[in-house]
Design a protein around this ligand. Sequence first.
Ligand code: HEM
Ligand SMILES: [Ca+2]
Ligand SMILES: [Ca+2]
Length: 338
Amino acid sequence: MEKKTTGSFSRPKVLSYYYYLILFFFCIIISPSPCCGDLSFGFYSASCPSAEFMIRNTVRTASSRDPTVPGKLLRLLFHDCFVEGCDASVLLQGNGTERSDPANTSLDGFSVIDSAKKVLEFFCPETVSCADILALAARDAVEFTGGPVVEIPTGRRDGKVSSASNVRPNIIDTSFTMDEMTKLFISKGLSLDDLVTLSGAHTIGRAHCGAFSDRFQEDPKGKLTLIDASLDSAYANELMKKCPANAQPSTTVNNDPETSFVFDNQYYKNLLKKKGLFQSDSVLFGDTRTSKRVESFAKNQFSFFESWSQSFLKLTTIGVKTNEVGEIRALCSSTNDG
Ligand code: HEM
Ligand SMILES: [Ca+2]
Ligand SMILES: [Ca+2]
């Protein structure tokens, strides 16, 4: 029996197989790959393929205009993720929000996130969360200052809760002991190694004089004396010069006295020389539980970068909201219902 198919009938059929095959592989390539709960790598690959590129460009432009931007973005992410998870709660403005707590008044970099959001809302409306923008921007900030390139998953949604009273119990103060810091880190699913590694963020950025004034005592004449033996005295003298008792509240010093605009392992080298700016930095080398790790990062930048990539991934996935939880804000400074 002869089949009654014609050439002109079968060719499109074969073509359509190829078509579906190509489409299948294309979908595999662009489909988000799962990671870390409900987050995935390339979450926006179909809905907003250029999202990461647009954020990157915004951070690059802002950082080249103002080199203090990367430090600001990285700290902003830390303060976001530790309070209510990485959900952009720290970006919400208004009375009684996290931003209004004294521990957060020195946070900055909000305008960079707002700029990125504006671009994204123009090209991909109601698609990319502020929480993802912040995490990606901090990731890019590290890369632009010479740090490791870290691929992070996306799909975070924005929280609706931001309360000043949540800040103090969740943010580490520079006066914390090692036990207090460890306890808080463990409560966020982070380890002692993560503490040593993520504190390496202090290799960039700046601090206001008040952030380390507890290491000095002021006499009635307004003269400062070093009261913390874990701080190198020559370095302490430098700090006292830059931050005398009558310094303007806006005065800042570099976190890393050597390379404050470069994300490198200099922070750990400083710690070995008793040049950690905060008490909470010095304690990392002073405590036998963490001193070995500090030494190894000081010797080997590669091992710090390796460790950073893992710890940063953990930091950016703390308490994330996904799927039906939370929302995609239209403006990063306010929830959609105002
Ligand atoms: C472990 C306990 C930590 C304490 C006690 C601490 C404390 C501080 C303080 C007091 C400042 C100075 C803020 C100012 O005066 O403007 C600062 C700056 C900074 N912190 Fe931390 N921090 C800690 C961990 C972290 C972590 C885990 C990260 C990020 C992964 C981070 C990133 C930064 C950055 C980048 C700056 C510079 C900010 C800027 O240049 O504006 N810190 N930190
Ligand atoms: Ca948060
Ligand atoms: Ca540095």
